[in-house]
Design a protein around this ligand. Structure first.
Ligand SMILES: [Zn+2]
Length: 485
């Protein structure tokens, strides 16, 4: 155990090639006009490309205006790349590569943003759609999620074209317009279109993980968490029907009582835990932890049950080790002295890799174990995504690029499970690998701000994100991390 713990220490910043050779990273310097790019992003924030649940509120004009702004702001991109609209408002760009033998890559971001809750407007330091630059930050809705990424991809491309760069690999950009609504009209249509054109992608890079700063307990350096999979999704309706009647002569259990028992069974019996994602995560971040925790994670073979127990008590960690169930809606009864003839509840399951919509139904049915409770899936269920390879050239490219632009700073890289859904999942069928990673530094506050108040991005972080995309595109043609033998 002591030997294992002793070996469980950080390695120097380098990239492990597939042939086993370690490549030391050479830092690169990429000039970015910070004032100009900050101004562009601030302008982008002012277009209220909001996704609201009510379809009638959709403001197509705002999307059209935003797209016209992109055309004038990035003239080289629009003169060089083929660009088309898919599903009316989603944008697809094609940057033809010089080497057709290389599989194309896809970079993704989304144009739409969540609304700013009217009841929280007074908490914003600057109005969410004013696009204010103050104290070294660009402030407003979408700066982090996800216009910052969209604008950074275009800034990077604009400057590369200006410098005469031509990608070896064909590069696609897909910028959805309805990601915050589940993305049914944008990204899936782009995936269908590319498939119909016979496109097979080497990799996809979408939002998801970030460079977590001070978020992983006990880890003093930033953690670049690369999303390699996302959970599935199904909501089950639980329904109990009875005869109703007067509440003065009730049966032993009303429909509501039977339903309550079913709900309690589901809540009290979590799905089995699996270390599929937690184990590689702790293998990577564990060496940076204080000794007591290092002992724990260096010897997972011995402490697995204890680790599962500890993780199971932290909602964010619990969600990454098991399929979760959340009782989200319920309805029963019409009057206080009438027996409810029908009681229903909705349970939303987020499905971990290894489980499926079918196994969730079977598990729930067995747990409830009561024929009075009828289970029906509602909405559109989704299976967990495939798991992307962490030994691919594309995964190594993300790591190499970030290390190069961060100038050899100490960063831990780790694959992880994305707990929310991304547009990227739609491309699993036509891409070898789909990675979910936004190369932006994020602390607990900025993560909370993404669908909350005071969303903002530091101008310096935004410039670094642009540098990341510049270098990522430069590195995309090279395959020097690919297996030679
Ligand atoms: Zn997003």
């Amino acid at each position: 155990m002591a030997v294992r713990t002793g070996r469980f220490v950080p390695a120097p910043p380098s990239i492990l090639l597939r042939n086993g050779v370690r490549l030391l990273v050479t830092p690169v310097t990429i000039p970015v006009d910070e004032a100009a790019v900050a101004q562009h992003l601030a302008e982008a924030v002012r277009f209220q490309t909001i996704s609201t649940q009510d379809k009638a509120e959709f403001n197509g004009e705002a999307f059209r205006a935003f797209q016209a702004f992109l055309e004038t702001t990035f003239p080289n991109v629009h003169a060089t790349l083929k660009h088309e609209r898919v599903g009316e408002y989603t944008l697809l760009y094609t940057w033809q590569g010089t080497d057709v033998s290389l599989k194309p890559i896809l970079l993704m971001a989304h144009q739409d943003v969540v609304p700013a809750d009217a009841s929280t407007l007074n908490q914003w330091f600057h109005p969410p759609f004013d696009g204010i630059i103050a104290d070294g930050y660009i402030c407003g809705r979408g700066t982090l999620d996800d216009k910052g990424s969209l604008m950074a991809i275009l800034e990077a491309s604009e400057s590369l074209i200006r410098d005469g760069f031509k990608p070896a690999r064909t590069v696609y950009f897909s910028f959805g317009h309805d990601e915050e609504l589940g993305g049914s009209n944008g990204a899936p249509k782009v995936a269908e279109l590319l498939k119909s054109r016979g496109v097979a992608l080497e990799s996809v890079l979408d939002e998801g993980g970030m460079i977590l700063d001070g978020i992983v307990p006990g880890v003093p350096c930033p953690v670049a968490a690369i999303g390699v999979a996302e959970k599935g999704y199904v909501s089950l309706e639980l329904k109990v029907e009875g005869s109703g009647g007067h509440s003065s002569t009730p049966p032993k259990h009303t429909t509501l009582g039977i339903l309550a028992k079913a709900i309690t069974r589901i809540e009290n019996n979590p799905f089995p835990a699996s270390m599929t994602f937690a184990e590689p995560f702790f293998n990577n971040v564990g060496p940076r932890m204080p000794l007591t925790r290092r002992i724990l994670f260096a010897n997972m073979w011995a402490f697995r049950p204890l680790i599962k127990y500890i993780l199971g008590n932290v909602p964010e960690m619990n969600a990454s080790i098991r399929t979760t169930a959340a009782v989200t809606m319920a309805s029963a009864g019409v009057k206080e002295n009438i027996l409810p003839s029908r009681a229903t509840a909705i349970v939303n399951f987020r499905i971990l890799t290894g489980d499926s919509v079918e196994t969730v139904k079977t598990f729930a049915r067995a747990l409830i174990n009561d024929d009075n409770v009828v289970l029906t899936p509602i909405g559109i269920p989704r299976e967990p995504s495939p798991v992307s390879d962490t030994h691919s050239a594309a995964y190594a490219r993300i790591e190499r690029t970030l290390r190069e632009v961060q100038g050899g700073k100490d960063i831990v890289f780790t694959p992880y499970l994305t707990l929310g859904a991304t547009d990227g999942r739609n491309f699993c069928g036509i891409a070898e690998n789909v990675y979910r990673f936004l190369a932006l530094s994020a602390d607990a506050q900025s993560i909370k701000s993404m669908h909350g108040v005071n969303e903002r991005i530091a101008v310096s972080s935004y410039a670094d994100l642009i540098r990341f995309y510049v270098q990522y595109l430069r590195n995309s043609g090279e395959d020097n991390v690919k297996d030679e033998g």
